[in-house]
Design a protein around this ligand. Structure first.
Ligand code: CU
Length: 165
């Protein structure tokens, strides 16, 4: 992920603007109940996973889910990959001069008893090049990787841009 970040930072400014636009869609819709794919690992519980496509086909898509952790301290979520799609990045929002701005989050520390929501307008996974394999109504295979080397695979329904986020 560090390597990917550097690649991202070296990308032309125009590409960054596109990414920002894709990330700044309104966060008005409430999270929807899990439709599929809630899977459990010893320390990790992921619920309500979903992939939300961009309004324009081929533009960056987002992956959202709710995550609960019950393992030892010192473990982070270091990567989220989607089968059949290109590079992914974990993003967050931070305030910069009074404006909310998207920033890189290379890893997300996990704390037992402190669930984390990946959602529109907050922490999210960005699919930079979703390709053509993720059609609305299909299911995406999403792999979460932790810093302790363990991984978890979940099935996430793919939604069109206009669907509930
Ligand atoms: Cu983003």
């Amino acid at each position: 992920l560090i390597t990917l970040s550097r690649t991202f930072l070296a990308a032309p400014a125009a590409a960054f603007v596109t990414i920002l636009a894709a990330c700044s869609q309104p966060a008005d819709a409430p999270a929807q109940k899990a439709e599929a794919g809630a899977a459990a690992a010893p320390a990790l519980t992921v619920t309500n996973p979903r992939v939300v496509l961009a309004p324009v086909s081929g533009n960056p898509a987002a992956v959202y889910f709710d995550l609960a952790y019950a393992g030892p301290a010192g473990v982070s979520l270091t990567g989220v990959d989607v089968e059949g799609a290109g590079m992914t990045m974990i993003h967050d929002y931070a305030e910069d001069a009074g404006k909310m701005k998207m920033v890189m989050a290379d890893s997300v520390p996990l704390t037992a008893g402190s669930p984390i929501s990946f959602k529109s307008g907050g922490l999210h996974v960005m699919l930079m090049d979703p390709g053509s394999g993720l059609a609305p109504g299909s299911t995406a295979k999403v792999t979460l990787t932790l810093s302790d080397g363990t991984t978890m695979v979940i099935e996430a329904p793919v939604r069109a841009a206009g669907d509930e986020r």
